[in-house]
Ligand binder design. Structure first.
Ligand code: ATR
Length: 279
């Protein structure tokens, strides 16, 4: 009988995860199917317990459920997910419901694939929302020297405080956007986690084009459009660029590995997502 996997969220109809995981299952000849389910936060516990009861193989959680999952008694988060404060992957194992967060791992892998060194690098993260939390926790674990710059400065300072309290190898501080231009000129890696540049406001960018430089790697987690103004400007300045699509693919690949123990067919997953985005 087919094993069922799924992603819960609301809204959920535009999720690329079903196409990506179904392609992976079918390439590996696994008798599995992955489906998107619209679940409201107040019904999340019922939905997770129901999935467990029905023998689901595993779950992804997306907006607005990632933080809610951590508050449920039935979910046991691993230390990274607990630190981040959000769960994006649920594993059913030996009667337990385990919560993981693979978003940061996805970002890490996206950087590594583009031959960007993390340990000891000066990383400037623009934004302090959920995505920034996951990325900052992971890169601090990997020993990066991080500055979080956010429009609402207190959010950046709070996130930096949370990471410092976790006593990870990397250093981290939070600030507002006032010193952003100076910070970009001094950074090795710039990561945009804000919504700036996302469709339909595709002319927006967190950075001034003239501040981008060839010693910089620029990673934009926005993948709609595929090439944001920030990435276009970065390319023109001779900087390395890292597409947000890679983070999406690698967070999925890490989830796939956690559920199945199998090596995910990453290239196929990437191709599937790129095709779905072009439609
Ligand atoms: P997510 O959880 O997906 O990361 P979020 O929590 O809504 O999303 O965070 C969005 C980020 O984009 C925030 O850091 C937000 O800044 P504030 O904390 O000040 O709201 C940032 N952001 C959104 N619009 C922005 C804009 N026009 N200029 C600068 N930052 C912006």
């Amino acid at each position: 009988m087919k094993k069922v996997f799924g992603v819960f969220g609301d809204p959920i109809e535009h999720s690329l995860s079903p196409a990506m995981h179904n392609a992976a299952f079918s390439a590996l000849g696994m008798d599995c199917v992955y489906h998107a389910f619209r679940v409201k936060p107040e019904k999340l516990e019922n939905a997770i317990l129901g999935a467990e009861t029905m023998g689901f193989g595993g779950l992804n959680l997306t907006v607005p459920l990632k933080e809610a999952a951590l508050k449920l008694d039935c979910v046991k988060p691993d230390p990274l997910a607990a630190g981040i404060g959000a769960v994006n992957t649920i594993v059913f194992r030996d009667g337990e419901i385990l919560g993981y967060n693979t978003d940061g791992l996805g970002a890490r892998q996206a950087l590594l694939e583009t031959a960007v060194e993390i340990e000891g690098s000066k990383v400037l993260i623009a934004g302090a929302g959920g995505a920034a939390r996951a990325i900052a926790f992971q890169l601090a674990t990997d020993g990066a020297d991080i500055i979080i710059a956010n429009r609402t400065e207190e959010r950046a300072v709070e996130l930096a405080g949370d990471i410092s309290a976790a006593k990870l190898p990397g250093k981290v501080r939070g600030t507002g956007l006032l010193e952003l231009r100076t910070l970009i000129r001094d950074a090795d890696i710039l990561i945009n986690t804000t919504t700036l540049g996302m469709h339909p406001r595709t002319d927006a960018s967190i950075a001034e084009a003239e501040d981008l430089h060839p010693d910089l790697a620029v990673f934009d987690i926005v993948y709609n459009p595929l090439e944001t103004k920030l990435l276009r400007d970065a390319k023109a300045a001779g900087a390395k660029t890292v597409s947000g699509v890679l983070m999406l693919v690698y967070q999925g690949a890490e989830a796939f590995r956690l559920w199945t123990g199998a090596k995910p067919p990453v290239e196929l997953m990437k191709k599937t997502v790129l095709e779905a985005l072009k439609v």
